[in-house]
Write a protein that binds this ligand. Structure first.
Ligand SMILES: Cc1cc2nc3c(=O)[nH]c(=O)nc-3n(C[C@H](O)[C@H](O)[C@H](O)COP(=O)(O)O)c2cc1C
Length: 322
């Protein structure tokens, strides 16, 4: 029987030599987890934030667009940088660039199920290549020379029931992975069905390093159950869209803040996005309006108007009138 009283999201712990002061973390999301988003969730209590997954090839080729993802403010620590790729040497050189950019942790993505990524041998495709996956970890661990921990993000496997994640994990730990993040859906499921955290609990019992849960985390009860069962940490991804304050609610068991505070957070988020992204801000923010509507921060009509706002001045005006 899980002892929920002994589980505590504010308990200190460590991934390798990286000390963390809470067990509630933000998960990486491509196209979402920009510096402004990371600041927003940290204001509400996320204990570790992540960049989105960054192409190791793109870094290696000096692609200007890719290098933008390495931007990270002095107030953003601790932060994990996530890389994807299938060539250990390229991953190793990219990891050095992440270190120079300020990474406190480097994670290798072995979870992404998107065709564009998998067909290059990266992301979840590595689950079918245990030796290459271990070589990737060893190369990155060698490149960072113990300066920061190296972790991996896994799916349960590729096809339903293959348990490839479980079978590949011990080799990754032997190669130096300091923790494993598990999204317990099979790559073939994409985001369908429920995350099966029985698999997370089992992996946590089997591995000698911290295992961190990702998938459908939106209740404090589930967080505490997982911690009580030996899972070291929990991450939130989609539930934080339009609801960054969920971190505070999960940490301290309280309801969402009042409407004026939620709106204040949204306005601050928008200002930071505009400062960071300039004319690209409006397109990026469109991904969020349906979520801020769902969280009750803006009403349906305002969300509709924001969706077609042509520039950030109009966005500001619509929000100042909210
Ligand atoms: C839009 C989007 C982008 C994502 N991008 C990444 C990524 O770059 N790297 C990664 O490891 N996982 C990525 N994920 C997966 C999440 O980190 C997380 O594992 C998954 O969404 C399950 O957690 P949730 O139910 O809390 O959303 C992404 C998920 C979404 C919805």
């Amino acid at each position: 029987m899980t002892d929920l009283r002994s589980a505590d999201l504010r308990e200190r712990w460590a991934i390798g030599a990286l000390r963390l002061d809470r067990r509630l973390l933000m998960a990486p999301m491509a196209g979402i987890t920009t510096p402004a988003f990371r600041r927003s969730v940290r204001r509400w209590g996320a204990g570790l934030v992540f960049t989105e997954m960054i192409s190791s090839q793109g870094i290696d080729h000096g692609n200007r667009h890719t290098l933008d993802y390495l931007r990270c403010g002095a107030d953003e620590h601790p932060i994990g940088f996530q890389l994807f790729g299938a060539d250990p040497l390229v991953l190793a050189r990219a990891a050095e660039a992440c270190l120079r950019a300020g990474a406190d942790l480097i994670d290798i993505n072995m979870a992404c199920p998107v065709r564009k990524v998998v067909k290059t041998g990266a992301g979840a495709a590595l689950l079918a290549e245990p030796e290459l996956a271990a070589a990737a970890v060893a190369a990155v661990v060698g490149a960072v020379g113990g300066a920061v921990p190296v972790t991996v993000k896994l799916r349960a496997g590729l096809r339903m029931g293959d348990e490839a994640g479980r079978y590949v994990a011990p080799g990754l730990v032997a190669a130096g992975a300091a923790a494993v993040f598990l999204h317990p859906r099979y790559a073939a499921q994409l985001y369908r069905g429920a995350a099966d955290h029985a698999l997370t609990r089992r992996l946590a019992a089997e591995l000698p390093v911290p295992v961190v849960a990702s998938g459908d985390i939106k209740s404090r009860q589930l967080c505490l159950e997982l911690l009580g069962a030996g899972v070291s940490g929990v991450t939130v991804a989609r539930a934080a869209l339009g609801r960054p304050w969920i971190f505070g609610g999960l940490l301290d068991d309280h309801a969402d803040p009042p409407a004026d505070e939620r709106l204040k957070e949204l306005r601050l988020f928008v200002e930071e996005v505009v400062a960071e992204m300039g004319s690209r801000a409006v397109g990026y923010l469109r991904r969020f309006w349906p979520h801020f509507r769902k969280s009750g921060t803006i009403d349906r009509e305002r969300a509709r108007a924001l969706m077609v706002a042509p520039d950030s001045e109009v966005v500001r005006r619509l929000l100042s009138a909210a």
